[in-house]
Design a protein around this ligand. Structure first.
Ligand code: NAG
Length: 246
């Protein structure tokens, strides 16, 4: 993890060609809200993570255009681009809360199964190149709000920049539904792991305050309350359906 962070800095220092900054803010998508069940996902992606795909989506709202980049260097990225997670962390966080996956993770953490390890595969999926695209910053910033409104069933705006979000999502639909489906598989694995762990937990005693008994009951309850019908696929399909477009 440490080398991951340091290496780009070294490359930056030795190669002037690589040090051309992208339009800012470079780490725009790394905000406080980028946590899933309270686990910080912020260090996963930066403005250069989208480079290997050599694709960007430029926009004159409401129009969005897919552009193939000549190479994977920052110099070829259109001005005013930001590296976007197509399926956003807020979608995963929303579903994790809605399905009560977070309670399962908390109960697992109490028996020594770390939340960030359990969420590792989902974080790899969401930060994989299939889910990353350079996107015009106006559309990208507005996308967060369109997605948030869609998740919460709030009415959408009707400006050109709102329609641009839906137009962008239509262009990346295929990849995004695959990502949503993989995230559901990652979540299913967490649940299977939790069921296996539960079976091996000591029952504890009926003594008041017995930790083993309390932990086992908590995980049993969390798994019973987990709602597998609340999927990333369903949430994402709803986003795709209600995002304004032209
Ligand atoms: C990549 O493409 C950009 C834009 O066409 C160009 O300015 C740059 O020199 C290219 N870099 C490499 C390493 O080929």
């Amino acid at each position: 993890m440490r080398w991951f962070a340091i290496l780009p800095t070294i490359l930056f220092a030795v190669s002037p060609a690589l040090s051309i900054p992208l339009s800012e803010p470079p780490l725009h998508l790394l905000g406080k809200r980028d946590a899933v069940c309270g686990v910080d996902f912020r260090s996963l992606v930066n403005s250069k993570s989208c480079l290997p795909k050599q694709v960007a989506f430029t926009s004159t709202p409401p129009a969005v255009t897919k552009v193939t980049l000549p190479n994977a260097s920052a110099a070829s990225v259109p001005k005013d681009s930001q590296c976007d997670h197509t399926v956003e962390l807020q979608v995963l966080d929303f579903v994790a809360k809605q399905a009560k996956l977070c309670e399962v993770l908390t109960a697992m953490a109490n028996v020594g199964q770390k939340k960030d390890s359990l969420l590792g595969p989902a974080s790899t999926t969401i930060s994989g190149i299939q889910n990353l695209n350079f996107l015009d910053k106006v559309v990208n910033n507005n996308k967060r709000s369109v997605v948030q409104k869609a998740l919460n069933g709030k009415p959408q705006g009707s400006q050109a920049k709102d329609a641009a979000v839906g137009n962008y999502l239509a262009l990346v639909k295929g990849d995004s539904v695959q990502i949503a489906s993989t995230l559901d598989a990652n979540i299913a694995t967490i649940i299977t792991t939790a069921q296996t762990v539960l079976q091996k937990l000591p029952p504890g005693t009926t003594k008041r305050g017995d930790k083993d008994r309390i932990n086992k009951e908590a995980l049993t309850t969390a798994l019973a309350n987990y709602d597998k019908t609340k999927t990333v696929t369903a949430a994402w399909n709803n986003v795709l359906a209600v995002a304004p477009h032209s």
